[in-house]
Design a protein around this ligand. Structure first.
Ligand SMILES: Cc1ncc(COP(=O)(O)O)c(C=O)c1O
Length: 391
């Protein structure tokens, strides 16, 4: 089987993890800060906070921005569940916005049409690693709205000469094995704001404050006041869970980061080759890089012309899987999920461009170690399948 995605682990990664496993600190040790420094260097952000998943990163970013009950956050529906789930986990309501048919990024005009007095901000997804037009979205939002970049697909993507994350208010990354670098499970928040990063650090650990200068007090009688400022004291000032990333995972992430550029270059080569080899096949469209950006090419989604294919996308998916090609679909629109339909009353017809894209999308295998021979096989089987199913 040629998978749609495959992580890449080298001996130096194993050695980095092994070193931590032989040390005294498996978690809450020095590798977390080292990984965070590496992330700052890679993204150009001033601060990074490593956490246990991309989902946690999104939830913590929202909570650090003060999002809670009564608030609405605009999100795409054509994304992984986590983008909207994080809003619900923060106690707020996700409001789905349609995407543009060509880029599959949030449509700024549709975004503007969903703004109201409950809107606190929006989450934009750099879908498949392609850089969304953050400025166009920002221009539709009010100054006091936030714009979180769900950059889980976009580590290493470049927007007008600068890495995604470097000018973000806040950007969130995932280090799931399908992504550009992996920590097994893991994620990070990057931001230029010290206040936001400090809040994220507290939210990473149960809402605990450890800096005495920020203590609010434990309410002890004055005779016992020394008991609320000793070296052991921590204060819980907000509610959160445990979202820590262990040290051995951080060491893996740091080691992986050293090969980020190499991995991005390999993905770029594979993408260019797909575009060349699929040229002239008018029953599909490849997503293109936006002007003045460099995609991180996390995925290679194509849009099929399903009206010209007997059985539509499902038939192509089945045929490729039968030939050992693990194509995937990214994503089932979140507003169609039973949970969301029941909880928010969303339904088919709400977001026509998202729904139309869903019925056409197919992600071809894309990972740095995809060989040319395997890629040729994907293209040949795909072309043969489209011919066989032609109508
Ligand atoms: C767009 C997007 N956002 C968020 C996430 C959540 O990341 P994680 O799986 O690390 O929790 C993913 C993961 O697949 C994703 O693709």
């Amino acid at each position: 089987m040629i998978p749609y995605s495959q992580h890449r682990i080298r001996d130096e990664d194993r050695e980095a993890v092994s070193k931590v496993l032989h040390s005294e600190r498996l978690t809450q040790g020095p590798m977390v800060a080292a990984f965070e420094a590496g992330l700052c260097a890679a993204t150009g952000a001033a601060r990074a906070v490593a956490v246990s998943s991309g989902t946690s990163a999104l939830q913590i970013a929202l909570q650090a921005l003060g999002v809670g009950p009564g608030d609405e956050v605009l999100v795409p529906s054509l994304t992984f569940l986590a983008t909207a789930n994080a809003v619900l986990l923060a106690g707020a309501r996700p409001v789905f916005v349609d995407v543009a048919s060509d880029t599959l990024a949030l449509d700024p005009d549709d975004l503007a049409s969903h703004l109201n007095e409950r809107t606190r901000g929006a989450i934009v997804v750099h879908y498949a690693g392609h850089v969304a037009d953050v400025d166009a979205l920002r221009a539709r939002l009010a100054a006091d709205h936030f714009l979180i970049e769900d950059a889980c697909h976009a580590l290493g993507a470049v927007d007008r000469g600068r890495p995604v994350g470097s000018r973000s208010e806040v950007a969130c990354f995932s280090f799931h094995p399908a992504k550009h670098i992996t920590t097994g499970e893991g994620g990070a928040i990057v931001t230029g704001s010290d206040a936001l990063a400090d809040r994220a650090l507290r939210l990473r650990e149960h809402g605990m404050e450890r800096v005495p200068g920020r203590f609010q007090g434990l309410g002890l009688p004055s005779a016992a006041s020394a008991e609320q400022s000793g070296g052991w004291v921590y204060e819980m000032q907000t509610l959160s869970g445990n979202h820590r990333l262990p040290d051995f995972a951080s060491a893996l992430g740091l080691s992986q980061l050293s090969r980020l550029e190499e991995n991005l270059a390999a993905r770029r080569r594979i993408a260019q080759r797909y575009v060349e080899r699929l040229a002239g096949e008018d029953r599909l469209v490849c997503l293109a890089e936006a002007p003045e950006t460099r995609s991180a090419w996390h995925l290679f989604p194509i849009l099929l012309d399903v009206d010209r294919i007997r059985g539509g996308r499902a038939a192509v998916y089945a045929a490729l899987h039968a030939e050992g090609i693990g194509v995937q679909v990214h994503y089932i629109p979140i507003h169609l999920q039973p949970y969301y339909r029941a909880r928010l009353g969303t339904r088919f017809g709400d977001h026509p461009r998202t729904e139309a894209a869903y019925l056409r999308l197919l992600s071809l295998p894309m990972f740095p170690d995809l060989s040319e021979a395997a890629q040729d096989r994907v293209v040949d089987v795909l072309r043969g399948t489209l011919d066989r199913l032609a109508r």
